[in-house]
Design a protein around this ligand. Structure first.
Ligand SMILES: Nc1ncnc2c1ncn2[C@@H]1O[C@H](COP(=O)(O)OP(=O)(O)OP(=O)(O)O)[C@@H](O)[C@H]1O
Ligand SMILES: [Mg+2]
Length: 227
């Protein structure tokens, strides 16, 4: 469902070009769960940002379900991304001035989904991430694990085909991280969604069906896990 071919990306710093991705190609099958590992600075977040349409590759292309996603221009790119991709970040990235309910419904709001449908979906998702009754609360009233569960509901509520998670448990203690991750995998699995998770955790990486390793801007495949 996702095909990336020969992706290249560089940052320019103080007049110097710093290559970060040096011809990265990868394919994700529909419903697959894949872990992306690699040392700090190897380009994992950069790759996720390209796959999620937050940055543009300098070279190469990305197809998502047959659409040449990397060639889309604004505003079409944003519209496509909102409909088909869910993002989860290490820092949760909830909007502090919106309630839990409003944060979770944001993708539906942006897609113009009617309020009645939003409320019905919201109730289901609050249950799914074990936050029933917390809808009126604000992010700063929640623990880290609870905030990340809100972020998961927000990333999945509009049923995106592709879910990209950049170290979703990096800011959580080990036990909370494990629980949040299990929830993310279970929810994505139940909905046959494709999931690509960046992680430093070997435990997380082993849960995925397949592991990819970025090393200095080059992608290496490694053994399959147990998930
Ligand atoms: N905005 C930027 N400007 C310049 N260089 C950048 C920028 N963002 C990232 N880089 C550089 O690109 C390289 C890859 O960064 P990236 O954030 O993709 O790595 P990462 O694998 O996600 O690392 P980490 O595990 O620490 O999150 C690093 O050398 C980094 O310094
Ligand atoms: Mg990163």
């Amino acid at each position: 469902m996702l095909q990336a071919r020969a992706l290249e990306y560089s940052y320019r710093q103080a007049g110097q070009v710093q290559p970060v991705l040096k011809g990265v190609s990868l394919q994700l099958q529909a419903g697959e769960k894949v872990a992306l590992v690699g040392s700090s600075g190897s380009g994992k977040s950069t790759l996720l940002n390209l796959l999620g349409g937050l940055e543009r590759p300098a070279a190469g292309d990305i197809h998502l379900d047959g659409h040449l996603f990397s060639a889309l221009e604004e505003p079409g790119l944003t519209v496509f991304r909102r409909a088909h991709i869910g993002f989860i970040y290490q820092q949760f990235n909830l909007i502090p001035t919106l309630s839990v309910a409003e944060n979770i419904c944001l993708p539906l709001e942006l897609l113009g989904v009617p309020q009645a449908v939003q409320q019905q979906q919201l109730a289901e998702w609050l249950d799914a991430v074990q936050l029933a009754g917390r809808g009126p609360d604000f992010p700063d009233q929640l623990s880290g694990g609870e905030q990340q569960r809100v972020a998961i509901a927000r990333a999945l509520i509009h049923a995106p085909r592709l879910v990209l998670a950049d170290e979703p448990t990096g800011n959580l203690d080990l036990q909370t991280g494990e629980r949040v991750l299990t929830l993310l995998f279970d929810l994505a699995q139940a909905r046959a969604q494709t999931l690509l998770v960046v992680t430093h955790s070997q435990v997380v990486a082993e849960r995925a069906g397949r592991q990819l390793c970025l090393q200095d801007g080059v992608l290496l495949a490694s053994g399959s896990g147990v998930w």
